[in-house]
Write a protein of this length. Structure first.
Length: 130
C-alpha cells in the first residue's frame, strides 16, 4: 500500500537534495539509474569531448570515440543494475522441484562489463561535461 505522506516527503527530499531517505536502502541501485540516464543524455546532446577523444579525421563526428566510451559506461551501469536485480539467476527443475540456480558465466560477464564501465567512468569523471 502506498503511503501518500511518505511519497510526498520523498518527492520533496529528492527535489531539495537529489535523493530521498528511502533511496539509501539500495543507494547503489538508485545512483546507477541516475548515472545511466545522465550518461544517455550526455551521449545524445554533448557538443564536445575530452581532447584525447577528439578525432580530426571525422568531419561532423569528431567526438565519436567519446560517444563509444559513454556507451561502455552506460552498459557498465546497466550491468550493475542487472546484477543487483539478480537477473543472472535462472529457474531449473531439479529432482522434481523448481529451484533457482546462479548462471555463473552470466554473472561473470555482467561483473566484467560493470568493472570496465565503472573504470572508464572513474577515469573520465572530470570529462563528464557538455
Amino acid at each position: 500500500m502506498i503511503n501518500l505522506f511518505k511519497e510526498i516527503k520523498w518527492f520533496f527530499q529528492r527535489g531539495k537534495r537529489g535523493w530521498a531517505d528511502c533511496d539509501i536502502w539500495s543507494f547503489d541501485y538508485y545512483l546507477a539509474g541516475i548515472i545511466i540516464d545522465g550518461l544517455k543524455q550526455l551521449k545524445k546532446d554533448s557538443s564536445g569531448c575530452p581532447s584525447e577523444f577528439y578525432d580530426l579525421t571525422r568531419t561532423n563526428d569528431e567526438c565519436w570515440k567519446w560517444k563509444e566510451a559513454l556507451e561502455e559506461m552506460i552498459q557498465g551501469f546497466e550491468a550493475a543494475k542487472t546484477l543487483n536485480d539478480c537477473f543472472f539467476t535462472r529457474v531449473i527443475k531439479k529432482d522434481g522441484k523448481l529451484v533457482k540456480e546462479i548462471d555463473i558465466e552470466k554473472e561473470k560477464q555482467l561483473t566484467e562489463k560493470f568493472e570496465k564501465g565503472f573504470s572508464l567512468f572513474g577515469k573520465y569523471y572530470l570529462g563528464l561535461w557538455d
